[in-house]
Design a protein. Structure first.
Length: 141
């Protein structure tokens, strides 16, 4: 789905959001990142992957909220990041991979648990959060 289509279908909408929602989204991202780490320690790699994706989701939403955008579609968040933030495109692609993995972990029948996917996700989320925080601070000046 293209970004234009996301807006046309109402899956992304312009909205006035309270000032603290951005900070809350970053806090949510950190909370889900901690959850992912705990899941890895307990060898619950499927839940770790779900938490990694959720942390990326909240990180991305912080950017959308900063831009006055409300979302109704996970894929449209990814398309928005790809189009509006070229420097973050690699993170958007990785996020899309974790989005698909999350779907498999939650709804799949034959789930392959891969510890590396969960562990590598922790590093990626940390980098993504830092990049988004930097972007937000850059535009607040």
């Amino acid at each position: 789905m293209k970004l234009k289509e996301c807006f046309e279908k109402g899956l992304l909408q312009y909205s006035k959001l309270g000032g603290d929602v951005i900070d809350k989204e970053i806090m949510n991202a950190h909370r889900h990142l901690r959850n992912a780490s705990c899941c890895i320690e307990d060898n619950m790699y499927d839940l770790a992957v779900v938490s990694v994706y959720t942390a990326m989701f909240h990180t991305a939403r912080a950017l959308l909220f900063r831009d006055g955008i409300k979302e109704r579609s996970h894929i449209c968040i990814i398309e928005y990041i790809k189009e509006k933030y070229p420097d973050l495109t690699d993170f958007a692609r990785i996020m899309d991979g974790y989005r698909r993995s999350r779907h498999t972990m939650l709804y799949g029948i034959d789930v392959e648990l891969i510890a590396d996917d969960a562990s590598e996700g922790i590093d990626v989320v940390n980098e993504f959060i830092k990049a988004v925080e930097k972007e937000i601070k850059r535009t607040q000046k």
